[in-house]
Write a protein that binds this ligand. Structure first.
Ligand SMILES: *Cc1c(COP(=O)(O)O)cnc(C)c1O
Length: 424
């Protein structure tokens, strides 16, 4: 039985989160399936940023650090994100980028792990996001460690007594496959290792319980499912049992116990504030706050559990529609078949033309993206993110239909769809 467009529309009519779409600016005629790479713009953001500039910066000038609460933004926005991560107030700060925050927490984790032992291995996944691997390579050199890269199915076996830190991305950016955070963290703890989790593709998309799942450190991205805007600041969480024990390496003044004492000697702040480095990007923080609020708005309708339920239903619907015609065009599902083992995206691969097919879809107003393979084990990927706050079931249905038409017509073979852009 094929799913009809009417059926998808009925699902939208019964969707408890449907009204949350109105929070966003979404261009007419566009089906946006790239919220896992850059979240959509909340309507509230432009006026908030305008007010930060015109009223706070423009009129109150430097007084705004106090009067408008600028100095507390890393903590106040962090407290809001904490609600999405299932952790307590005061445990999350917002700062810098995901890459920079990973450097801080991985370094702190290695220092703790090597404190009383000669553990020399960092474990990660071979297909982890490149910046995570690059940061780990740099720290492996500094800490005289080996970076042990494993495939997802051999990770658990590769976590042995030589391991200092297990550093993983919860939801894989290419495949959308989601690790069992609790099982892997407990495995790491059983051999005496610590865990660092990158939540770039999880925060705002899947429910998290970092404490219950035995995570030690976590970082994540502000511009994906948190809708914070391009290059939005990122976040850091540290288990309270570790936070005051070790200093992170980027010992800037905003992480000092008393920044405005101007003491020439560094002394770290207590709590997660020590993971701050320099002056917060206030305008970007204000935009991120609006983005996080757009996710918290779901709390009235069931919160992260409702977001997850809709996300699973969206990816199921899309995968189901695609499966009806996939075989005829050599299209394969790269994401896990079981919905509860994936994040909020569907990744497909095909024998040829993945990049051009994505371009042909974009020309029709269906915005997904392309991630290049390595020509060996990792195939080229067509990626479709389903941000549950603003993606409708009918969008998933229409996108699958467009994909079918693009393949059927073969028009993706036109030369204009082959030209590579800088950002894919
Ligand atoms: C998106 C993403 C990043 C982005 O890092 P930036 O420092 O913001 O460029 C890092 N890690 C993962 C796993 C990501 O998905």
């Amino acid at each position: 039985m094929s799913i009809t467009r009417e059926h998808a529309c009925a699902m939208d009519a019964n969707d408890p989160l449907a009204t949350l779409r109105e929070q966003f600016v979404l261009p007419e005629g566009v089906i946006y399936l790239d919220g896992n790479s850059l979240g959509a713009l909340p309507r509230a953001t432009a006026s908030r940023v305008q007010s930060v500039m015109a009223d706070e910066w423009g009129q109150q000038l430097i007084a705004s650090w106090n009067t408008a609460g600028w100095i507390d933004l890393p903590r106040s926005v962090g407290d809001r994100i904490a609600r999405l991560l299932g952790v307590g107030a005061g445990e999350v700060v917002v700062a810098d980028s995901t890459s920079v925050n990973l450097f801080k927490v991985l370094s702190a984790a290695l220092r703790i792990a090597q404190h009383d032992s000669r553990r020399r291995v960092i474990v990660s996944e071979r297909s982890n996001f490149p910046t995570d691997l690059y940061i780990a390579q740099s720290l492996a050199q500094q800490f005289d460690c080996e970076l042990r890269l494993l495939d997802a199915d051999t990770l658990a076996q590769g976590i042995d007594s030589e391991v200092a830190v297990v550093m993983l991305t919860h939801v894989n950016y290419r495949t959308g496959a989601m690790h069992d955070m609790g099982a892997l963290s407990r495995k790491a703890h059983a051999v005496g290792a610590l865990t660092v989790w990158d939540l770039a593709h999880s925060a705002g998309a899947v429910p998290l319980a970092l404490k219950e799942d035995a995570a030690d450190f976590a970082i994540g991205c502000g511009y994906k499912y948190l809708n914070g805007g391009p290059g939005a600041p990122a976040f850091v969480w540290v288990d309270p049992q570790w936070v005051d024990q070790f200093q992170q390496p980027l010992s800037g003044w905003m992480g000092h116990a008393a920044p405005f004492a101007f003491d020439p000697q560094y002394a770290p702040a207590s709590g997660t504030s020590r993971y701050l480095c320099g002056t917060p990007a206030v305008i970007a923080m204000a935009a991120l706050e609006c983005g996080v609020e757009s996710v918290l708005a779901a709390e009235t309708y069931g919160g992260m559990a409702a977001i997850r339920a809709k996300s699973l239903a969206l990816t199921e619907l899309f995968a189901e529609c695609v499966s009806k015609f996939a075989k005829g065009y050599g299209l394969r599902l790269v994401s896990p078949h079981e919905a509860n083992r994936r994040g909020s995206q569907i990744s497909l691969t095909c024998e040829e033309g993945a990049y051009a097919i994505v371009q042909a879809l974009i020309a029709r107003g269906v915005i997904g993206d392309f991630r290049a393979g390595d020509g060996v084990a990792m195939p080229d990927i067509l990626r479709f993110g389903f941000a549950p706050l603003y993606t409708r079931f009918v969008d998933a249905w229409d996108a699958a239909t467009h994909l079918h038409e693009v393949l059927q017509s073969g028009n993706w073979r036109e030369a204009r769809f082959a030209a590579r852009h800088a950002v894919t």
